[in-house]
Design a protein around this ligand. Structure first.
Ligand code: FAD
Length: 413
């Protein structure tokens, strides 16, 4: 056993640095209350403190920091969406991830390895061509690749023309990558706390008080907390929390499952996903193979994993990588994803004055953690929705101005 570890174990006072201060009293009021200490809530708190000097902020979570979907996602980061508004938004987030370790002084293990999305039908080839052109036009690195190029990018992929859905072409997105999801939450939490933001774990919000159309307080399991502004960033619980403020969101909530295998020697550098097989695969720095797919086909508030999903998903993955049949699965888990009709988030103001929405993140919200926090903080500080997120306001559903990102989201995440 290393000497340092033994000394640490025997010491009466642990010398380890605390990333965030321990539990403390809740104040009776704050300028801003953020509901949800996932990546989005914490990123918002950090940007408020660092770039707007607003530190009278409490982040409340019913569980613990980063214990929601932030800890359950498969960490895909990319910007090859299809609508110009979404591309601009996610491109800005990818750029922030590129510098996030430096910004927070916390290693995000950001790894920009490229993402390959496979097309197995003429329809997918056509859609990918369109995406590649729009992406390139807006400065995102996406290009169509043929079978020969696919073989060079992922030599171990099954390119057999006799497979059920032979691979025809691919969308190669060099900007795609992954980061360590817990590090995003912990990095933002640590820096926000150092600047004076209070983070209260195990503090469930059970009600929202609205007076004359404006939010005035939140009810928590530890008492009432008054506030001038409140933000909800609660991922899979968006509808439930919004309902406390009397707001109905166009969201349906579905479980989304993922799994990892035992670690094996590196064989897969880029992220690979398949639109038709509805499956995606990547290999972590530890060697585990991360496997994911689409949401479960039924609405449910449950984070149990299921055997039928596992069997279906694995069958699809084995079509792409038959040799993976030798691997053993280590873990399987689920999170709850809040799906909007257009597979795009809901950001900004709400029908309740000073009550702000950071919701509808479905299966794709981890990659937006830096930019949505930045834009939400800017909106709160200026009391005006930031330009980049204006297209994603709740009122778009009233005006029928939806952004259909279903095709560019699906199993690519
Ligand atoms: C299996 C899976 C794979 C995914 N893969 C990807 C991916 O590859 N790429 C990608 O970009 N996205 C992915 N996502 C989506 C992504 O995880 C989420 O969109 C993102 O993490 C949302 O972050 P958040 O901070 O909004 O929510 P969370 O991290 O869930 O944080 C919300 C917090 O709110 C708290 N909360 C809820 N209700 C209350 C209450 N009443 N009072 C107080 N606190 C409350 C919760 O405890 C939680 O900690 C995936 C999701 C899942 C489930």
């Amino acid at each position: 056993m290393p000497w340092g570890l033994l000394k640490y174990g025997l010491a009466s006072k642990y010398p380890a640095r605390r990333d965030i201060p321990g539990p403390r009293e809740l104040k009776k009021s704050y300028e801003i209350v953020i509901i949800g200490a996932g990546g989005h809530g914490l990123s918002t708190a950090y940007h408020l403190a660092r770039y707007h000097g607003i530190t009278d902020v409490a982040v409340l979570d019913k569980g613990y920091v980063g214990g929601g979907n932030t800890a359950r996602n498969t960490a895909v980061i990319r910007s090859n969406y299809i609508s110009p508004e979404a591309i601009e938004f996610y491109k800005a987030s990818v750029e922030m991830f590129e510098n996030l370790s430096n910004e927070l002084g916390y290693n995000q293990m950001y790894s920009q390895r490229g993402q390959l999305t496979l097309a197995h039908s003429d329809a997918s080839v056509r859609a990918f061509r369109l995406r590649a052109e729009i992406n390139k036009h807006l400065g995102v690195r996406s290009e169509m690749v043929d079978r020969k190029q696919i073989r060079e990018i992922v030599p171990c992929l099954n390119m057999d023309k006799k497979m059920r859905f032979p691979i025809q072409a691919g969308l190669w997105h060099r900007d795609g990558g992954t980061a360590r999801h817990d590090a995003a939450a912990w990095g933002y939490a640590m820096r926000a706390a150092q600047m004076g933001v209070e983070i209260h774990q195990r503090t469930e919000v059970t009600g929202i008080h609205v007076d004359k159309g404006k939010v005035v307080a939140v009810q928590t399991a530890r008492g009432t907390v008054r506030c001038n502004h409140a933000v909800q960033a609660v991922a899979g619980m968006s509808s439930e929390v919004a309902r406390m403020a009397g707001i109905r969101l166009p969201i349906r909530s579905y479980p989304l499952q993922a799994m990892v295998t035992q670690p094996v020697k590196p064989f897969l550098d880029p992220l690979v996903s398949s639109a038709e097989l509805h499956a995606y695969v990547s290999q972590t720095a530890r060697g585990e193979v991360v496997i994911g797919g689409g949401s479960d086909p039924y609405e449910l508030y449950s984070t149990r994993s299921t055997l039928d999903l596992k069997e279906n998903l694995i069958a699809h993955v084995l079509e792409m990588f038959p040799f993976m049949g030798e691997l053993k699965l280590l873990r399987q888990w689920a999170g709850i994803t809040d799906m909007t009709p257009d597979y795009s988030p809901i950001l900004g103001t709400s029908p309740v004055k000073n009550y702000w929405l950071d919701a509808g993140w479905g299966t794709w919200g981890f990659k937006a953690t830096p930019i949505s926090g930045k834009c939400m903080a800017e909106s709160l500080a200026n009391e005006k929705t930031a330009r980049l997120i204006q297209p994603f306001g709740l009122e778009r559903f009233r005006r029928f101005k939806l952004f259909n990102e279903a095709g560019a989201t699906a199993a690519s995440h």
